[in-house]
Design a binder for this molecule. Structure first.
Ligand code: ATP
Ligand code: MG
Length: 609
């Protein structure tokens, strides 16, 4: 928050307002009071002077109307009387007779004017009109009061008294009072300022406390409380404030909790989630989505979702919002299949305005793979069934058309249909076996078996029934190896692997049987010197219906399911199966079976199994 300037602080503002109010009040009082005082003092001054002048006028009248033998005594008498009127204020008093002749002067240094004609305007007018006149004049820096008062006798104006008095004393008094007033105002303001600061503090302290509190709230610190100083409006404000901040704290905690829940849901879900703003820019992307799209979060944020999903050539953001519900993104390369399904849902405000888009990404590679395998499987099964059926139909048609009568051809044709039927039965049986293995709808009846002996027995069976000139080499250990297995199932595996080896062996070739023991497992191998399998297809021979050379193997009666069943069975026993081959040199099929690791002590007891 910005720091407040000195004069912006409410504290100082309060104190300044106090001072201004006091100043204005003092000014108004001062102007009124001093004005009135001045008027009164001047008035008093004039009244007191006028009283004295009136008394003097009376004395002068007496002197002037007095019968005198020597008229020159008048001036002397007047001077004597005037001497009594000398004072600090009175500068000069002149007595003038009705012929405007000065007959007395109080100022000892201005006795020269006595006997002369007065030319003072005010005096002339008094003599003429018989009125008292006065005026205030400036004499340099000083103010003087002048007045002219008539001396009357029996209604006639027989002379006038001219007075000139200094007013400075009066104004000095006023100035002194003014000074006292200014000093008083100063003291009052100083005291008010100090008091104002204290009084303002009582109001501003809770306000600044709240201000600090708001700053803390802004930083996310909700634990602090504002101190409540009283029950007045500010106190209530502080209480409301505390309530508000605890409510914000609760709301914040709820929001935070929800946010954490949401973020943990988003991180731990396996589906990818991307959220955008209303313009289609990515504002959220969870880790699974980042991994699925193989992008970095930083580069994707704020980018358009259309380009992030690589759909910019097909759609605009508006189309995604309005027209598209789901979309399949195929990121497959020739090495690896990778398919993502995206579902779009629009986030709308209550008002109906579109607020953004949520895209949920699912990895559907496996699903797609299963789906295509299923399609391929159905196609394969139909194809495998159609071939013998078409053959049978054509032979049966020929028989129906009359071939049944031919003693030579008829048994031959019936033989073909029989072979084809057997082939179909074998196929259906194989399919049933696989479907049982797939649905885990089978039971192992495991027995502890001396594998060396068991293997020899199976090889013996093939050696006796073999039709080709193929020699057998047995690289089997002397010692007994005990294993727990389902002999029927493993017999099926060995039957298929050995029959394959015989099927693909050339006339006069050798089939080599191997059995070795290693790391808690045994490795069984059956090798031949046949045509071999191309390197690219070597792992595919364990797929259902896979045959390297379709035409040839079908002639040999194979369905392409033998190794697929063998693989399922070996895996169900906890083993692995693989093949090594070189074209034109031969093929060896290996498979492992786990041993229990502890063979000692079993030999004597179980030798005859
Ligand atoms: P089935 O076993 O169902 O009668 P099949 O023998 O053709 O039919 P598999 O045993 O699954 O099917 O073998 C799959 C394919 O692998 C064979 O068709 C063949 O092309 C190839 N194959 C298997 N064993 C050998 C081998 N020893 N030498 C050469 N090719 C082989
Ligand atoms: Mg086979």
């Amino acid at each position: 928050m910005r720091r407040l300037g000195f004069f912006q602080s409410i504290h100082i503002k309060f104190a300044l307002i106090y001072l201004l109010l006091i100043l204005i009040a003092m000014q108004i009082i001062g102007v009124y009071f001093i004005g009135k005082l001045e008027l009164r003092l001047v008035e008093n001054f004039k009244v007191s002077l006028n009283e004295r002048v009136n008394m003097l006028a009376f004395s002068m009248e007496q002197e002037m109307i007095k019968e005198r033998e020597d008229p020159s005594t008048l001036e002397k008498d007047i001077r004597n009387i005037l001497r009594d009127y000398e004072s600090e204020d009175i500068q000069e008093i002149q007595v003038i007779d009705n012929k405007s002749r000065v007959i007395g002067n109080s100022d000892p240094y201005s006795q020269g004017v006595v006997g002369r004609k007065s030319n003072i305007d005010l005096v002339k007018r008094t003599l003429l009109l018989g009125d008292s006149l006065d005026d205030v004049r400036r004499q340099g820096y000083d103010r003087v009061y002048i007045s002219s008062t008539p001396i009357r006798s029996n209604g006639d104006t027989i002379g006038a008294i001219y007075l000139k008095a200094r007013m400075e004393n009066v104004y000095d008094d006023i100035k002194e009072i003014n000074d006292i007033f200014v000093t008083g105002t100063g003291i009052a303001m100083a005291i008010t300022a100090i008091l104002g600061i204290f009084v303002a503090q009582t109001i501003t302290r809770p306000i600044s406390a709240m201000r600090k509190h708001v700053v803390e709230l802004g930083k996310g610190n909700y634990s602090k409380k504002v101190k409540v100083f009283g029950q007045d409006e500010i106190g209530q404000l502080a209480m409301t404030f505390n309530n508000l901040s605890s409510k914000i704290q609760d709301a914040q905690a709820t929001t935070e909790g929800e946010r954490r829940k949401l973020s943990s849901v988003l991180t731990h879900m396996t589906d990818g989630v991307i959220a955008t703003d209303k313009k289609g820019r990515v504002i959220l992307i969870n880790t699974p989505a980042v991994n699925m799209l193989d992008v970095s979060r930083e580069t994707v944020l704020n980018e358009s979702i259309v380009s992030v999903l690589g759909l910019d050539e097909q759609y605009t953001f508006e189309q995604l919002v309005h027209d598209i519900d789901t979309e399949i993104l195929d990121f497959s390369t020739h090495k690896k299949q990778y398919i993502i399904k995206v579902s779009f849902s629009v986030i709308k405000k209550e008002s109906g305005f579109i607020n953004g888009l949520i895209a949920v990404l699912y990895d559907v590679t496996e699903q797609e793979k299963i789906e295509s395998e299923r399609r391929e499987f159905v196609a394969n099964v139909s194809h495998e069934l159609r071939t013998p059926l078409t053959t049978m139909r054509s032979y049966l048609e020929a028989l129906a058309d009359g071939a049944w009568k031919d003693e030579k051809i008829a048994p031959q044709f019936l033989n073909v249909t029989q072979t084809e039927t057997e082939r179909m039965i074998r196929l259906v049986n194989d399919l049933l076996k696989l479907s049982k293995l797939d649905s885990k709808d089978y039971k192992f009846s495991k027995e502890l078996i001396n594998f060396t002996k068991y293997f020899h027995r199976i090889i013996d069976r093939f050696e006796m029934s073999k039709e080709q000139h193929v020699s057998f080499v047995r690289n089997l250990p002397e010692k007994s190896i005990y294993l727990e297995l389902d002999p029927d199932k493993i017999t099926q595996v060995l039957d298929n692997v050995i029959s394959n080896a015989l099927k693909y062996s050339p006339e006069g070739g050798t089939v080599i049987f191997g059995l070795t023991e290693a790391n808690n497992e045994i490795v069984i191998s059956v090798g031949d010197q046949g045509v071999g399998i191309p390197k690219d297809n070597i792992n595919r021979i364990f797929d259902r219906f896979y045959r390297v050379d379709k035409a040839r193997t079908r002639k040999l009666g194979g369905t392409g399911l033998g190794l697929a069943i063998a693989k399922e069975m070996v895996v169900a026993h906890g083993g692995r199966i693989w093949a090594e081959s070189e074209e034109g040199v031969g093929t060896t099929v290996f498979f492992t079976l786990p041993t229990d690791g502890n063979q000692e002590g079993l030999e004597d007891e179980w030798d005859e199994v």
